[in-house]
Design a protein around this ligand. Sequence first.
Ligand code: DC
Length: 225
Amino acid sequence: MKKLLITIDGPAGAGKTTVSRRLADRLGYKYIDTGALYRGVAYVARAQGIGPDDDGGLQRLAKQLDLSFEPSAQGLRLIANGQDITDKIRTPEITMLASAVSARPALRAYLLGVQRDMGRGKGAVFEGRDMGTVVFPEADVKFFLDASPKTRAFRRFTELQACASQTLAEVERDINRRDQNDSTRDLAPLKPAADAIIIDSTDLSVEEVVARMATCISDRLDGEV
Ligand code: DC
């Protein structure tokens, strides 16, 4: 069967990661979490003392940075210049830093190439903010997954509870700030592609969202693809 390239964009906490993973498993496709790449750059920049506004520093960093995903028994691991940084990129500090560095042109240009290389050969579900608009405008099926701000904050809070690092009010504040940063930046702002299928997951379970997406994909396969 023809292998497709599927994109899922949307704001933080809309459920993209869970849904993208399940959809990729169901289709036998690979799953690429592009937010992890921005988080990886933010982590390395912080480790090297490079601030999110230092375009020259970020440009130099990008030139010597090798970011990749490697499969493991616990899922994909993020490797930066040979070091496994998967468990270091989900802290509240790196989360906000990733949003800040993601507005910088040098960095987006670097990650554009990395992501397009990963998409060669298709058979992939890419999750992010600008997958359908900028990175893969020719994607076969594009989704934009949204949910109400309160629902998104609550979902993220529940996820983070394992490490109990933030209160619900703090998670909500950070999500609102990130929404603002990510959707108002000049370059590749978060927005649905003109041809994206928009799904509001506020009142839907993960299974319902995945089933809806699978139906859209099979309709597309029977039709024009
Ligand atoms: O999906 P996430 O929350 O892990 O993403 C972290 C940050 O990375 C997000 O606030 C904005 C940025 N990002 C981006 O600008 N473009 C993408 N394709 C993915 C993430």
